[in-house]
Design a protein around this ligand. Structure first.
Ligand code: TXA
Ligand code: MG
Length: 341
């Protein structure tokens, strides 16, 4: 299959959205830009189309997908009920980088939810994404548009690197501004719970609901057989081909540790570190700016594979705000290998 890329500009947005929507209605897969990462979209109501997502990514069958909508009203078709907590969060953070887990309606195929009785729903902020969903006239199931296990794609080239020959169309909307996936919040239990940290921070959610739990799998390793609230948490994830080790320490300890290493190694560091290091490096944002770290992380992890080294020593991020999401992704890419210096 030949994979076409259409770069969006002010003139062709409508035409490109129509083309993508037509393919989606016909049961094909289309990669679409969102503010978080690129998604690999299919008509969520078409079982066969949804199955082909799992095939194209090599995704484990028991990992459910997020269903994307273009307006809040579209959620009523997908869920059994829309509780007060969900209403409040939606009013505040949609459209945006937040996914809500609610009881599913009978309209949502089991393939989408991997047999769970809940469904994940998101209303993205990216205008092109919403135009495509609106035009398609159906909800769009979309995981991140990477091969299963690889870092999520934050630009069209990264999607192409993973999906060339597997899908007919990539809509290129430029770089994703948030750079890490949406915050996944379960509203099934008594208390709201963050299953995956993301663009909407724990504090922002607390400001709306008063309280929110953070699932223990966010910062801790779970074994493959353990029951987890979000199946995606148990898989190796976001990993470049090169081994990653996270190094926790202040500016001078991190730099000293790297300059004392021998062998073929590189750094995944902050911009400020670069001039002090003697090794090859890729930077992921500024040390004092968590938003710049999240925006850069996934493409930096992909670039790290081009350093031609055996191990990458990644700098431990700031845990505040969106930094929790950065740490969550980095821990998985390093298979929880953290070294304190
Ligand atoms: O920002 C995002 O969320 C991106 C863009 C494309 O929207 N999508 C994304 O999808 O990250 P994906 O499939 O890579 O991650 C979805 C996560 C997985 O960890 C999955 O296990 C979890 O959401 N999930 C989906 N449905 C769920 C459900 N019903 N209950 C619990 N977790 C669920
Ligand atoms: Mg993913």
């Amino acid at each position: 299959m030949k994979t076409e890329i259409i770069r969006i500009d002010s003139e062709n947005q409508k035409g490109a959205a129509e083309k993508a929507a037509k393919l989606l209605r016909e049961g094909a897969l289309v990669a679409i830009p969102t503010e978080t990462v690129y998604g690999l979209g299919a008509n969520a109501l078409d079982e066969n189309a949804v199955k082909s997502i799992f095939q194209a990514k090599g995704r484990p069958q028991d990992n459910p997908l997020i269903v994307h909508i273009s307006e809040i009203e579209e959620i009523y078709n997908l869920v059994k009920n829309f509780p007060e907590s969900a209403r409040k969060l939606a009013a505040k953070f949609w459209p945006g980088p937040m996914t809500l887990i609610l009881k599913k309606s009978s309209k949502v195929p089991d393939t989408v939810t991997a047999g769970l009785d809940t469904v994940a729903v998101r209303l993205p902020r990216n205008e092109t994404a919403r135009a495509i969903i609106k035009q398609a006239g159906v909800p769009v199931a979309a995981p991140s548009a990477n091969l299963s296990g690889s870092p999520s794609p934050t630009d069209a080239q990264s999607v192409y690197d993973d999906m060339n020959g597997r899908i007919p169309l990539i809509i290129d909307g430029g770089r994703c501004e948030v750079g890490v996936e949406s915050t996944v919040i379960s509203l099934i239990g008594e208390k709201a719970k963050i299953l995956r940290p993301g663009g909407v921070t724990a504090q922002q959610i607390r400001d709306v609901l008063g309280d929110v739990e953070i699932d223990k799998a966010v910062l801790n390793e779970v074994s493959k057989d353990e029951k987890v609230s979000s199946p995606g948490m148990k898989y190796k994830h976001y990993a470049p081909k090169t081994k990653v080790v996270i190094v926790k320490g202040d500016d001078s300890s991190y730099r000293r540790f790297l300059n004392e290493q021998t062998g073929k190694f590189g750094a995944l560091c902050f911009e400020e570190d670069a001039k002090y290091l003697k090794c090859k490096f890729v930077t992921y944002g500024k040390s004092t700016n968590p938003d710049s770290q999240s925006a850069a992380l996934f493409s930096a992890l992909r670039q790290a594979d081009n350093l031609g080294v055996d191990v990458i020593f990644a700098r431990y991020p700031n845990e505040e705000g969106i930094g929790l999401a950065v740490l969550n992704r980095l821990l998985r890419s390093a298979a929880f290998d953290v070294k304190e210096v």
